[in-house]
Design a protein. Structure first.
Length: 190
């Protein structure tokens, strides 16, 4: 069966055709995405989003003449979107820590630039998915259930990623734990 025939069946809701297309193109598209994003987790996530979007929007899609080109172009566009999201997230994280530095507070030791840089570097050193979940939970205040729904993962995955982040941050920030304010107490008591 040709890719075009698979696409026609997918547009008509055929799950088996979707599975066949997925199995044929998932790995090559992941490799392609990796050449753009330079991060295996990000590449897989971008590729998965391409297939999710294909399935969710199948009724709106006009069958492309060249399905392979369509999939690669979709992956390329998704990678660009992921890069924009990552850059924006990192920009806001940096601004957040700069604001912490400029906040008037009696705990001058915490607002020492060196401590903030270590905290920022430690969080940036986490794996992408782990860092994203940690920030959503600990810095943006979303619950584990909200994060799981937002990212379409299980709450157990979210819980494990948060636990992994705390363990890694605690290890990285051990010399600075006493300088962190109360709202980072979870690192000290884990």
């Amino acid at each position: 069966m040709t890719d075009k025939e698979l696409f026609i069946k997918i547009i008509n809701g055929n799950k088996l055709a979707f599975d066949q297309l997925f199995l044929s193109y998932y790995k090559p598209l992941c490799h392609f995405a990796l050449s753009i994003l330079f991060n295996a987790d990000d590449a897989e996530e971008a590729t998965q989003k391409v297939f999710i979007n294909l399935w969710e929007n199948r009724k709106k899609i006009i069958c492309p003449d060249k399905p392979k080109s369509y999939l690669y172009k979709s992956t390329y566009n998704q990678c660009l979107k992921e890069q924009r999201i990552r850059i924006t997230r990192e920009k806001y994280q940096k601004q957040y820590f700069i604001q912490l530095q400029n906040t008037d507070d009696n705990d001058d030791a915490f607002y020492n630039l060196e401590t903030i840089e270590h905290l920022y570097d430690a969080i940036q050193g986490l794996p992408e998915k782990c860092r994203h979940i940690f920030i959503l939970n600990k810095l943006e205040g979303l619950t584990q259930k909200e994060i799981a729904e937002y990212l379409s993962v299980s709450t157990k995955t979210v819980e494990n990623q948060i636990r992994n982040a705390i363990v890694k941050l605690r290890h990285e920030l051990k010399p600075f734990l006493h300088l962190l304010p109360g709202y980072f107490l979870f690192l000290q008591n884990f």
